[in-house]
Design a protein around this ligand. Structure first.
Ligand code: MN
Length: 492
């Protein structure tokens, strides 16, 4: 076990490469369906995906616009000129024997991302982002002496985003990965479904004694597809490397994998250098030339980015943790847009704030636990407004408002008369003075001692009496009104 003072002598340095699958209808170089989810193996493929002799790739124009958008999201310089190259390696799921990628002239150049971490902002430089094709998938059936190859994913457009080694803790690595996810989600360039591998992180970790000018040898942990695993893998690597160095051993530059069940990284292979890939320019594709006007046109149509959403949410008076939770819930389910609804409500600050709190306390948790049933914005909007109106009209107390929302969210269809529904469920607050007066009189008769205490100036007892009124009215009485009527009847 490493002691904390030993760990503190080292500075970890982390850089992250992230492969983002772009949300196009068709693949990067062929007009075949780009959606492989749930499809039989090798059914969304063209001769290009199989790289049969004589086929020629044609660039999907939609990919260029998505790459420009991503470039803006990364605060990066979009290149006026970029080109494709061949990267050679031999693997069954890459039938050409090379991957078409971008080597020395990527479509996106230097940029910078602001990452919230523990209430502060850290800045992570972007080295570059380049376009490339995804490979197929190999599976190795247990006990079989063969492997299976599925090329449905071969040719899916990827944007590989490379960060500067600006990250210095496992927690910061996770925060950066999560921020990239928001950036790609809100720039609308990817479905960002981590479970389906829409974003895959390669985490490069090295450690060096603090104050030393050189970085240590690094290990690259490949193909991580959750934020938690990014953090855990970085944490594991930092410890592993410090332990080796403390024993006087060397860190081998290598590629490692993350074993989620064992929560450790495992050596896979020695790390290749660029020359091992024998890169050369792709002769079958022309370069991508983009004018400044085209770049600016995309910029002027950019949707709100996560930091802009944070500003909007701050403006209605929400705290940072609530804001981060709204973003997380919003990004989690492709079918709902809590922020889209927020945008409609934000001019009414009080309503917008209440709504955001309901997202965090009711909609989000229900979505996570049960799979939210309301999946269209119009219905969320209608539900929220109806309930809010009832609250403002003093017909619902806040406990019952939450209860009502929970029930409405789980219904297949919204009731046309929300107030009628709420009153049927006994949630509508009684603000009818006559009715409450009767209950108060009853409660005062049954609780003479507490009533006398209040009369004698012991105001603590009034809470008990209000509680009794609430109980007798089955939670429906307006508690403020109950309190006033108790005082009135007791003459205090
Ligand atoms: Mn790559």
């Amino acid at each position: 076990m490493l002691k904390k003072d030993v760990i503190d002598q080292y500075q970890p340095t982390i850089g992250i490469e992230c492969h983002v699958q772009l949300k196009t209808k068709t693949k990067l170089f062929s007009a075949v369906d780009n959606d492989a989810i749930g499809k039989e193996p090798n059914t969304v493929v063209s001769p290009i995906c199989f790289s049969l002799p004589g086929v020629l790739p044609v660039l999907n124009e939609a990919v260029v616009e998505l790459a420009i958008k991503a470039g803006h999201a990364l605060n990066a310089k979009v290149a006026n000129f970029s080109k494709f190259d061949r990267k050679h390696y031999f693997y069954p799921d890459l039938p050409k024997g090379y991957q078409i990628t971008q080597f020395d002239q990527p479509i996106v150049g230097k940029g910078e991302v602001e990452v919230p971490l523990d209430g502060e902002i850290i800045k992570v430089g972007i080295t570059r982002a380049h376009l490339e094709e995804d490979a197929g998938k190999s599976t190795h059936p247990a006990g079989a002496d063969y492997s299976l190859v599925d090329l449905n994913r071969a040719g899916t457009p990827l944007l590989e985003i490379v960060s500067e080694p600006d990250i210095h803790s496992a927690k910061a690595a996770r925060a950066y990965a999560q921020e990239l996810y928001y950036l790609m989600k809100y720039a609308d360039v990817s479905y960002v479904n981590l479970f389906h591998g829409n974003m895959r992180f390669d985490v490069n970790v090295s450690v060096a004694k603090k104050g030393s000018k050189e970085l240590g040898n690094r290990a690259e942990v490949k193909n991580i597809n959750s934020f938690k695993a990014v953090e855990k893998a970085a944490e594991y690597e930092i410890k592993r490397q410090i332990e080796l160095l403390e024993k006087g051993e060397e860190i081998v530059q290598e590629t490692r994998g993350w074993d989620d069940s064992k929560q450790k990284t495992l050596s896979q292979r020695g790390k290749e250098d660029a020359h091992d890939y024998r890169y050369f320019p792709e002769p079958d594709l022309p370069p991508i030339v983009i004018t400044d006007d085209e770049i600016e046109k995309v910029r002027s149509n950019m949707p709100l980015m996560p930091n802009e959403w944070r500003k909007e949410l701050t403006a209605v008076g929400l705290d940072k943790p609530v804001i981060e939770e709204v973003l997380a819930f919003d990004a989690e389910d492709e079918r709902v847009s809590y922020l889209g609804v927020f945008e409609i409500l934000r001019d009414d600050k009080e309503l917008a704030k209440k709504y955001a709190n309901w997202v965090v306390n009711i909609f989000g948790p229900l979505q996570r636990e049960k799979g939210m049933i309301i999946t269209d914005n119009a219905r969320i909007l209608h539900t929220v407004k109806s309930v809010y109106d009832l609250v403002m009209a003093d017909k619902l107390n806040s406990t019952n408002a939450k209860q009502l929302l929970r029930e409405l969210v789980m219904l297949k269809h919204s009731p046309s008369d929300v107030e009628g529904y709420a009153s049927q469920k006994g949630l509508i607050q009684v603000s009818d003075a006559g009715e409450i007066e009767k209950i108060v009189a009853q409660v005062l008769k049954e609780n003479e001692k507490a009533a006398n205490d209040v009369k004698n100036g012991e105001m603590k007892a009034i809470g008990f009496l209000v509680g009794q009124v609430m109980k007798n009215s089955k939670g429906k009485a307006n508690p403020q009104m109950a309190q006033e009527l108790i005082k009135k009847q007791l003459g205090v």
